[in-house]
Design a protein around this ligand. Structure first.
Ligand SMILES: Cc1cc2nc3c(=O)[nH]c(=O)nc-3n(C[C@H](O)[C@H](O)[C@H](O)COP(=O)(O)OP(=O)(O)OC[C@H]3O[C@@H](n4cnc5c(N)ncnc54)[C@H](O)[C@@H]3O)c2cc1C
Ligand code: FES
Ligand code: FES
Length: 1266
C-alpha cells in the first residue's frame, strides 16, 4: 500500500486486553488514549513533557533483535499511540485493585505512608513494578535509580524509599519486622536519639528508666512490614501469546493518518531510505522525546513521521576491531546495558570512553526517557546541551549515514554541527549507526556535567575530554576538549588543544590551558541561558578535574620511579571523585499512645491515609478523572504574551477553521461582574489592558482538548506595549506598592542601635517558588439548566471563594452555585485563591454555551498564570543573636506560653551530635581543598491562626444512617495532607466508634457553607473542633437511648434513635476565641499558639562545580500530642523537602520583559528522590500537650518548611571554608536559592579570578532577578 491510502489498524494490548484501533491519529499520545478512549484514568498527567513521571506505564514487547521480552517504563504523555503496534501496555489498573488484591508495590507504598495527595503515586508504583518485573530481587541502589524520572511534591520521598526498601535484598533490613535491637533501623534510631532506645532496651542503662512509661514510650514503627503480602514474581501476568506470535512474524509496513500528521513505519532499510528521499523533511521518530516536546510545547507541526523502530540495521549492536557500533535507533538504556557489559569484560584501558558515556547516561534524564530515547535522536537533535555529543565528539566517534545515494562514514568532529540544532547531515540522509571507539593504552577520557539538579536534568555545561600521551611519557600526543552549553552547538576547544599538543602534563600546562580556555570558551554577557560567569568557570573547573584525574592515572600507570609525573596533592584527591551517595538511613520517632488507650481509639496512632490504597491503585478520583459528559466541551485559555500592554484587537477568525471549534469567549460574555479575585483587583477576562504575561484575555471552546489548544494558539492579539515593572527593585524605585504598607515599631530602635557595640546590616534576597502541585488547576462546570444553577467540580482549597467568584461572574446568588471537591493532587497554598482565575473563565464559558465545560491547565499555562510564592527582598540591621524564653514577648507583643523551642533545640543538638560532628567537619575541611562540608542548626517558630481573625471558623456536618454508618463532612479540603484521615480519627474518638464506620465523601458548599480556605496549617484544629462539636450534639441526643440500653451496641442505639424520631444529623461549628491584632498599636493576639521545631543539617559542596549533597538532617518538631504521627511526620518531611527546593534549587527565571522562562519540570527543578538528605532523622517532641487545640495536638504543614534554611546555611558554612582557603574571611552575601551557580560563584578561587564579570548595566541580561 502507499502511505496516502487510508490508515492501517493499530493492534496492541492494555492490561491483557486486546485493543484494535481503526482510526488512530499520530498526534494522540498513549496518555490521552488511556484516559479518554479507554477510561483508564489511573495514569496521571502532571506535565506532558516527560519530566515528572506521573504518567509512567510499563511497556512490554518482544524484541526480535535481542530475542527476548522487554519490560520497561515509559512516559505515556509523550509516547505516540502509533508506536504501540504489537506492544503490551500495563497501567496501574492492570496490576492490582482494592476490590480484589493490591499488588505488593501498591500495598507497600500505601502502608508505608508514601502516598499523600496520591497524584504521583501511580507513576511511582509503575516504576517500582517494572523494576520488580525485571529484577525480582533488586538492590536498594536499583530502587533509587528506578525513581530518577519520578517526582513527588508531598512526601519528601523518604517514606516511599522506606516502604520499598522492604523489596531490597542487599540491605538485609527486616523492615522492622524484627522490631528489636537486631533491626538495623533501630540501631540508627538509638544513635540519633542521643543514644536513647525509646525505652525498648528496657535495661538498667535505659535513660527512660524510672519515667512513667505510659507517657514516654517512644516508637519508630510507622508501619508494620510483617503485614505486607509477600512478593511472588511468578504471579505476574504473562506477555500476550498473540503478540509473541505476531512479533516473530515478518512485520509489514504500516501507515496511520490523522488530521494533520501521517505516521509510516517501514520494515526494511530500503523502504526507509526510499521514504526519506520521498519525504526529505519527514521526522524520524524513535523515542519522540524531542519531537513530541517540539510539537506539544513549541507549536511545531511535522506532517510526515517515519518510525524506524523495526529496521534491524538501525537496532543492531556490533563489536568491531575498533569499537562498538550501535544502530542509531538503539535506545539509551540498551546502549547502557551493552557498555556496562563491555566495561566488565574488557581490559580497563580499552573502556575509558565507555565509562565516560556511562557516567553521562547515569545523569541523563530518567529511566522512562532513556528506555525509549535513541542514541541517534540525541545526536540528530543537535542540542547544544546534549550530554552525549561532547563525548562522541571528543572521542572521534564515527557516524554512518545512509541515503538513496549509498552509505558514507564520517567522524564526529568540529564540522559536524553547523549551527543551532543543525548538522551537516542532509535532509534525505539518515543516521544509520554510531561507532563509539575503544580507548587505547596511554589514552584517558573523562566526561563531566553540571546541571541545576543532579538527577533528570539537562546540563548547564557538559563536556567530554580526551588525551593521548606519547607512549611511556607524559607528553601530550593528541588532546580533544569538547564542550556543550558554551555555544549554539557542541564545540571543540581547538585553539587550546593545539597549543598544548606536545607539552608535558604538568602544572604549567594546567595554567596555560586555563588562560587559553578562558579566552576560547567565552560567552557574551547577554547569552541565552544566562549564568555567564558560572558557565565560563565550569569550563575551567572541568578541565582542572580532568587534569587531576589524568595525573592520578598517569602516576598509577607509570610505576617507573623516574617518571616526571607530579603527584596529586592529598587534599586535592577528593576533587576527582565522581559523585557517589552513601546508602540511605533514616528514623522517625514519635511518642506512642498511652498504655490503656482503647484499641479502637485511633487518635495518636499512625493510621494510614484513608485514600492511600485507592491512590496506589489509580482508583482515587481527581477532578479530571470525572467521566466526560456526552455534550461536554473543552476550554483552553487565551493569555497575554506581554507583561504590560493595551489590547488593540482580538481576532479569533482563524480559530474557527480548526476542527471541533465551538466559540471564543471573552469579557463581553461575562453575564455578571468581570471583576474578581481576593482583593477585587483582577478580571475574569482582560478588557483593555493586560498587566502580566499570562493575564487571561479569552478562552476557546472546542470538542476536544487538542482542538481547543490548536484553536487558542491561532487567536491573534494586537497590543500596544506599555512599560512593565518586573522586579522588586524597580517597584521600590517607582514607589509602586501594595497598600496599605504595614509596619511594626517596637521599642526605641534608634537608641538601641546607637548603644550597640556591633551592628550588622545588609540586604538579602529570597527567590520565589512555584507550588508545583502535581495536579494542575482543574475545573469542570456543569450548568444544571434551571434557575441559573451551576455545579462545579474544582481542584480548590477554597470552595467558598470559588463559589462566590463564580456566582459574581455569573451574576447569580451564591445559592445557585455548588462547588464540590473530592480531593486535590496537591495544593500547598497554590489553590487557595488562584483557582478563581480558571474557574470563573470556565463558568462563564459553560453559561454561554449551556453545556458542561472542562479545563485542566497544561503545566506551562499553570506556571505562567497562577503566580506562586513571592520573592522577598529584605534589608536588615541586627544587633544581637538571641533565642526566646518562656514568657518573652514577640516583636508583635504576643507572650510566649508553653514555649518548647529550647527543648527542641537541646534535643536536636544532642541527637545530631552537633558539637562532635562540627569538629569532624573542620577536620574534613582541612584535608580537602575542593570539597567542603558545612553544618547549621536552625530553630523555627510559627504562629498558628489565620491573621484575618474571622477566617478562624469552621463547620461540620455529621449524618448517622440507620445502619450506624456515619457520613462526615467538614469545611476542610483534602489535598494530600491527611485532613480527612485526621477528621475521621477525631469523629471516631468523639463518637466512640471505629474509624471503619465513618466515611468522608467530599467537601461541598451545599453541605458545609461559608468555609474558610484549607490553609494556614490551621484546618485540623478548627475543623476538628467543629467535627467534635457536631459529634457531641449527636451523643447528647443519644444519651437517653444509651441509658435505656447501656449494654447495647452503637447500631442498637442508632436504630432506637431513628425509631424514636431522634435527629441523627448535626452540624458543628467552631471559632478560635480571642484573636485579633492591631498593627497601629502593635497589640492584641494574632495567633492562637505557636509551633516550634529545630533542624540540623550537614552538606558537602563541590567547590569546583557548585554541586552539593545533603549528607544528614536531624529534625525535632513540636506537634503537641500528635493526632496521627505518620501524617505529622509525613508533613514535616514533605515540607522540609519542599523547603529544600526553595532554598537550594528552585529558581524562577524571567526575561527582562517579565516573561517567565521556567514553565515546567524541564527548566524548573523541584527536589527529586536523589536530593533528600542521605541520613534523615525526624523526631516528634515528647510530652508537650498543647492546651490550645483539639486533643492537645498542634498544627503541622507549613511550620517545618523553614527548617530547610538549615541546609542553606550549612551550604554557606561550607562556602566560608572554601573562601578561607582563598584568603577571604569577611562575611559575604549569598542569596537564596543556593543553586550550583551561586555556590560556585561564591567559592572565589584562582579560576573565578581569571574570569572577570561583565560590568552590570553595560549589557542586557538574558534573565533578571524579579
Ligand atoms: C524529560 C526529558 C529529559 C531529557 N534529558 C536529557 C538529558 O539529560 N540529556 C540530553 O542530552 N538530552 C536529554 N533529553 C533530550 C532527548 O531525550 C534526547 O535528545 C533523546 O536522545 C532524543 O531521542 P529520541 O529517540 O526520543 O528522539 P526523537 O524525538 O524521536 O527524534 C529527535 C530528532 O532526531 C531525528 N532523528 C532521530 N533518529 C534519526 C536518524 N537515525 N537519522 C536522522 N535523524 C534522526 C529526528 O528526525 C528528530 O529531529 C531529554 C528529553 C526529555 C523529554
Ligand atoms: S505527565 Fe508525563 S512525565 Fe509528567
Ligand atoms: S503524594 Fe506525591 S505528589 Fe502528592
Amino acid at each position: 500500500m502507499t502511505p496516502t491510502e487510508a490508515g492501517d489498524e493499530l493492534v496492541f494490548f492494555v492490561n491483557g486486553k486486546k485493543v484494535v484501533e481503526k482510526h488512530v491519529d499520530p498526534e494522540t499520545t498513549l496518555l490521552t488514549y488511556l484516559r479518554r478512549k479507554l477510561g483508564l484514568c489511573g495514569t496521571k498527567l502532571g506535565c506532558g513533557e516527560g519530566g515528572c513521571g506521573a504518567c509512567t506505564v510499563m511497556i512490554s514487547k518482544y524484541d526480535p533483535f535481542r530475542k527476548k521480552i522487554l519490560h520497561y517504563t515509559a512516559n505515556a504523555c509523550i509516547f505516540p499511540v502509533c508506536a504501540l503496534h504489537h506492544v503490551a501496555v500495563t497501567t496501574i489498573e492492570g496490576i492490582g485493585n482494592t476490590k480484589s488484591r493490591l499488588h505488593p508495590a501498591q500495598e507497600r507504598i500505601a502502608k508505608s505512608h508514601g502516598s499523600q495527595c496520591g497524584f504521583c503515586t501511580p507513576g511511582i508504583v509503575m516504576s517500582m513494578y517494572t523494576l520488580l518485573r525485571n529484577q525480582p530481587e533488586p538492590k536498594m541502589e536499583d530502587i533509587e535509580d528506578a525513581f530518577q524520572g519520578n517526582l513527588c511534591r508531598c512526601t519528601g520521598y523518604r517514606p516511599i524509599l522506606e516502604g520499598y526498601r522492604t523489596f531490597a535484598k542487599d540491605l538485609n533490613c527486616c523492615g522492622r519486622v524484627a522490631n528489636g535491637t537486631g533491626c538495623c533501623c533501630s540501631e540508627r534510631e538509638n544513635s540519633m536519639n542521643g543514644g536513647c532506645c525509646g525505652g525498648k532496651a528496657n535495661g538498667p542503662s535505659c535513660c527512660m528508666k524510672g519515667k512513667d512509661d505510659s507517657v514516654t514510650m517512644v516508637s519508630s514503627s510507622l508501619f508494620n512490614a510483617s503485614e505486607f503480602q509477600p512478593w511472588d514474581p511468578t504471579q505476574e501476568p504473562i506477555f500476550p501469546p498473540e503478540l509473541m506470535t505476531q512479533s516473530n512474524k515478518q512485520q509489514k509496513k504500516i501507515c496511520f493518518k490523522g488530521e494533520r500528521v501521517m505516521w509510516i513505519q517501514p520494515t526494511t532499510l530500503k523502504e526507509l531510505v526510499d521514504l526519506k528521499s520521498q519525504y526529505p523533511s519527514a521526522k524520524l521518530v524513535v523515542g519522540n522525546t524531542e519531537v513530541g516536546i517540539e510539537m506539544r510545547l513549541k507549536n511545531m507541526l511535522y506532517p510526515v513521521i517515519i518510525a524506524p523502530a523495526w529496521i534491524s540495521e538501525m537496532n543492531a549492536v556490533q563489536h568491531t576491531e575498533t569499537g562498538i557500533t550501535f544502530g542509531a535507533a538503539c535506545t539509551l538504556s540498551s546502549v547502557e546495558e551493552v557498555l556496562r557489559k563491555a566495561v566488565a569484560e574488557l581490559p580497563s584501558y580499552k573502556t575509558e570512553i565507555f565509562r565516560a558515556v556511562l557516567e553521562q547516561l547515569r545523569w541523563f534524564a530518567g529511566p522512562q526517557i532513556r528506555n525509549v530515547a535513541a542514541l541517534g535522536g540525541n545526536i540528530m537533535t543537535a542540542s547544544p546541551i546534549s550530554d552525549l555529543n561532547p563525548v562522541l565528539m571528543a572521542s572521534g566517534s564515527k557516524l554512518t549515514l545512509v541515503s538513496s545515494e549509498g552509505k558514507s562514514t564520517i567522524t564526529m568532529d568540529e564540522k559536524f554541527f553547523t549551527g543551532y540544532r543543525k548538522t551537516i547531515v542532509k535532509p534525505e540522509e539518515i543516521l544509520l549507526s554510531v561507532e563509539i571507539p575503544y580507548s587505547k593504552k596511554s589514552e584517558y577520557f573523562s566526561a563531566f556535567k553540571q546541571a541545576s539538579r543532579r538527577e533528570d536534568d539537562i546540563a548547564i555545561v557538559t563536556c567530554g575530554m580526551r588525551v593521548l600521551f606519547q607512549a611511556g611519557t607524559i607528553r601530550v600526543q593528541e588532546i580533544k576538549l569538547s564542550y556543550g552549553g558554551m555555544a549554539p552547538t557542541t564545540v571543540l576547544a581547538l585553539k587550546t588543544c593545539q597549543a598544548i599538543t606536545g607539552r608535558d602534563w604538568n602544572e604549567k600546562l594546567l595554567q596555560d590551558v586555563c588562560h587559553l580556555l578562558a579566552g576560547e570558551m567565552d560567552l557574551p554577557p547577554s547569552v541565552p541561558g544566562g549564568m555567564v560567569d558560572f558557565r565560563r568557570t565550569l569550563t575551567l573547573s572541568f578541565f582542572f578535574k580532568f587534569y587531576l584525574t589524568v595525573l592520578q592515572k598517569l602516576s598509577k600507570d607509570h610505576s617507573d620511579p623516574n617518571n616526571l609525573c607530579e603527584p596529586v596533592p592529598l587534599n586535592y584527591i577528593s576533587a576527582t571523585e565522581l559523585f557517589h551517595k552513601d546508602p540511605i538511613a533514616n528514623a522517625q520517632l514519635f511518642q506512642e499512645v498511652p498504655k490503656g488507650q482503647v484499641v479502637e481509639d485511633m487518635v495518636g496512632r499512625p493510621l494510614m491515609h484513608v485514600s492511600a490504597a485507592k491512590q496506589a491503585c489509580g482508583e482515587a478520583v481527581y477532578c479530571d478523572d470525572i467521566p466526560h459528559y456526552e455534550n461536554e466541551l473543552y476550554l483552553t485559555l487565551v493569555i497575554s504574551t506581554k507583561a504590560h500592554a493595551k489590547i488593540l484587537s482580538i481576532d479569533a477568525s482563524e480559530a474557527q477553521s480548526v476542527p471541533g471549534f465551538v466559540c471564543f469567549v471573552s469579557a463581553k460574555d461575562v453575564p455578571g461582574s468581570n471583576i474578581t479575585g481576593i482583593a477585587n483587583d483582577e478580571t475574569v477576562f482582560a478588557e483593555d489592558v493586560v498587566t502580566c504575561v499570562g493575564h487571561i484575555i479569552g478562552a476557546v471552546l472546542a470538542d476536544t482538548q487538542e482542538h481547543a489548544r490548536r484553536a487558542a494558539k491561532s487567536v491573534k492579539i494586537k497590543y500596544e506595549e506599555l512599560k512593565p515593572i518586573v522586579t522588586i527593585q524597580e517597584a521600590i524605585e517607582k514607589q509602586s506598592f501594595l497598600k496599605p504598607i504595614k509596619r511594626i515599631n517596637k521599642g526605641d530602635v534608634k537608641k538601641g542601635f546607637e548603644e550597640s557595640d556591633h551592628i550588622l546590616e545588609g540586604e538579602m534576597y529570597l527567590g520565589g517558588q512555584e507550588h508545583f502541585y502535581l495536579e494542575t488547576h482543574c475545573t469542570l462546570a456543569v450548568p444544571k439548566g434551571e434557575d441559573g444553577e451551576m455545579e462545579l467540580f474544582v481542584s480548590t482549597q477554597n470552595p467558598m471563594k470559588t463559589q462566590e467568584f463564580a456566582a459574581n461572574a455569573l451574576g447569580v446568588p451564591a445559592n445557585r452555585v455548588v462547588v464540590r471537591v473530592k480531593r486535590m493532587g496537591g495544593g500547598f497554598g497554590g489553590k487557595e485563591t488562584r483557582n478563581c482565575i480558571l474557574t470563573t473563565a470556565v463558568v462563564v464559558a459553560a453559561f454561554k454555551v449551556g453545556r458542561p465545560v472542562r479545563c485542566m491547565l497544561d503545566r506551562d499555562e499553570d506556571m505562567l498564570i497562577s503566580g506562586g510564592r513571592h520573592p522577598f527582598l529584605g534589608r536588615y540591621k541586627v544587633r544581637k543573636l538571641n533565642l526566646y524564653n518562656e514568657g518573652d514577648l514577640t516583636h508583635f507583643n504576643q507572650k510566649l506560653e508553653g514555649f518548647t523551642l529550647r527543648r527542641c533545640w537541646d534535643e536536636c543538638l544532642s541527637s545530631s551530635s552537633y558539637h562532635a560532628r562540627k569538629i569532624l567537619i573542620e577536620e574534613f575541611n582541612k584535608q580537602n581543598r575542593w570539597k567542603k562540608r558545612g553544618m547549621c542548626i536552625i530553630p523555627t517558630k510559627f504562629g498558628i491562626s489565620f491573621t484575618v481573625p474571622f477566617l478562624n471558623q469552621a463547620g461540620a456536618l455529621v449524618h448517622v444512617y440507620t445502619d450506624g454508618s456515619v457520613l462526615l463532612t467538614h469545611g476542610g479540603t483534602e489535598m494530600g495532607q491527611g485532613l480527612h484521615t485526621k477528621m475521621i480519627q477525631v469523629a471516631s474518638r468523639s463518637l466512640g466508634i471505629p474509624t471503619s464506620k465513618i466515611h468522608i465523601s467530599e467537601t461541598s458548599t451545599n453541605t458545609v457553607p461559608n468555609t474558610s480556605p484549607t490553609a494556614a496549617s490551621v484546618s485540623a484544629d478548627i475543623n476538628g473542633m467543629a467535627v467534635h462539636n457536631a459529634c457531641q450534639d449527636i451523643l447528647k441526643r443519644l444519651e437517653p437511648i444509651k441509658q435505656c440500653n447501656p449494654k447495647g451496641s452503637w447500631e442498637d442505639w442508632i436504630k432506637a434513635a431513628y425509631e424514636n424520631c431522634v435527629s441523627l444529623s448535626a452540624t458543628g461549628f467552631y471559632r478560635i476565641p480571642d484573636l485579633g491584632y492591631n498593627f497601629e498599636k502593635n497589640e492584641g493576639k494574632p495567633f492562637c499558639y505557636f509551633s516550634y521545631g529545630v533542624a540540623c543539617s550537614e552538606v558537602e559542596i563541590d567547590c569546583l562545580t557548585g554541586d552539593h549533597k545533603n549528607i544528614r538532617t536531624d529534625i525535632v518538631m513540636d506537634v503537641g500530642t500528635s493526632l496521627n504521627p505518620a501524617i505529622d511526620i509525613g508533613q514535616i518531611e514533605g515540607a522540609f523537602v519542599q523547603g529544600l527546593g526553595l532554598f537550594t534549587m528552585e529558581e524562577l527565571r524571567y526575561s527582562p520583559e517579565g516573561n517567565l522562562y521556567t514553565r515546567g519540570p524541564g527548566m524548573y527543578k523541584i527536589p527529586a528522590f536523589g536530593d533528600i538528605p542521605t541520613e534523615f532523622y525526624v523526631s516528634l517532641l515528647r510530652d508537650c500537650p498543647n492546651s490550645k487545640a483539639l486533643y492537645s495536638s498542634k498544627a503541622v504543614g507549613e511550620p517545618p518548611l523553614f527548617l530547610s534554611a538549615s541546609v542553606f546555611y550549612a551550604i554557606k558554612d561550607a562556602i566560608y571554608s572554601a573562601r578561607k582557603d582563598s584568603g577571604l574571611t569577611e562575611p559575604f552575601r549569598l542569596d537564596s536559592p543556593a543553586t550550583p551557580e551561586r555556590i560556585r560563584n561564591a567559592c572565589v578561587d584562582i579560576f573565578t579570578k581569571m574570569l572577570p564579570s561583565a560590568e552590570p548595566g553595560t549589557f542586557k541580561p538574558w534573565s533578571v532577578r524579579v
